[in-house]
Write a protein that binds this ligand. Structure first.
Ligand code: SD4
Length: 300
């Protein structure tokens, strides 16, 4: 019997992990646990980068991306979801009911319909209001640069949820879900639904998930790189450090850019690291639940 634990990006996930941990310690699978945690964030309107309540694109429409993964041969993802509240569960259906990895856009919504998932309006009134006010503020400014999601709003208290679980059978699973970058160009897809970018799970090497500017994470296949480095002997902290180093060496890092990773070995040795201050992560095990500062902050 392994001692189960949950790890998740951002402090908002601590109460979510706390409510799910009893199920995990009672024998629920790592996959069920991560899906339940992420669903919880998806339905929480106060979390403005995940699911309902997420910030829209620059046309005022919300689209969601999500992924689940248990191994390199077992993952599922969706991107550009327009009318279902739980993209993580559609991602799980992709993993379990198809031979594919990623379904996109309205056809992914149709796939969810075909599995009797109820469709819904995914644009919260609060998100619409925030978009209206962003629109008003940016009316007189020049078009925003690709990673400028408008007035430094993204990395306040919330961001993409990425959750990793190790269950009592020693099985690892990961899931992530996001409404993507606020005020993104319509059609833009970030790192979260791409295997090895926003999430990677390899039972032999460990698991990692990322949050922040998806383009930076994707550019180095961030989550895969972290896990691969652990497979070659790096600790989770060393692996995250090297991956962030790689990002810093490849990009002209602007002050509003943020990237963070959390990672664990298959045995449950974990760490978190970020480019900049502000990132926190949550962890629950048999000793309790805590919000942790990352072990590494590269810049500032
Ligand atoms: C993305 N990594 O789509 C996500 C953004 C994020 O809320 O972490 N945000 O780029």
């Amino acid at each position: 019997m392994t001692s189960p634990f949950l790890l998740s990006t951002w402090s908002f996930s601590e109460p979510i992990l706390e409510s799910e941990y009893p199920n995990l310690s009672a024998g629920c699978s790592a996959l069920d646990a991560v899906e339940a945690c992420v669903r919880n964030a998806e339905q929480d309107e106060s979390i403005d980068s995940v699911g309902f309540g997420g910030l829209p694109d620059r046309n005022g429409n919300c689209t969601f991306d999500a992924m689940v993964m248990t191994s390199p041969s077992s993952s599922g993802a969706v991107c550009g979801i327009e009318r279902h509240l739980h993209p993580v569960s559609i991602a799980r259906l992709v993993m379990e009911k198809t031979n594919h990895t990623l379904l996109a856009g309205t056809l992914a919504d149709d796939f969810a319909d075909s599995h009797a998932m109820e469709s819904a309006n995914i644009l919260a009134h609060t998100s619409e209001q925030k978009w209206e006010s962003w629109k008003k503020r940016s009316r007189d400014t020049k078009p925003l640069a690709p990673f400028d999601h408008g007035h430094g709003q993204l990395f306040g208290s919330h961001d993409t949820i990425g959750t990793i679980a190790l269950d009592s059978h020693g099985t690892l699973a990961g899931a992530c879900s996001t409404s993507g970058m606020a005020w993104k160009v319509p059609g833009r897809v970030g790192d979260s639904p791409i295997v090895g970018h926003g999430l990677y799970v390899d039972p032999k090497r460990g698991a990692a998930t990322g949050t922040g500017h998806g383009e930076l994470i994707s550019g180095v296949n961030g989550a895969f790189l972290v896990v691969d480095l652990m497979g070659r002997g790096a600790t989770p902290l060393e692996a995250i450090h090297e991956t962030l180093d790689r990002i810093v060496s490849c990009w002209d890092i602007k002050k509003e850019y943020q990237v963070a990773f959390i990672a664990t070995t298959p045995e449950g040795k974990f760490a978190g690291g970020a480019l900049r201050a502000g990132f926190k992560y949550a962890m629950c095990n048999s000793d309790g639940c805590i919000v942790k500062d990352p072990e590494l902050v590269m810049l500032d």
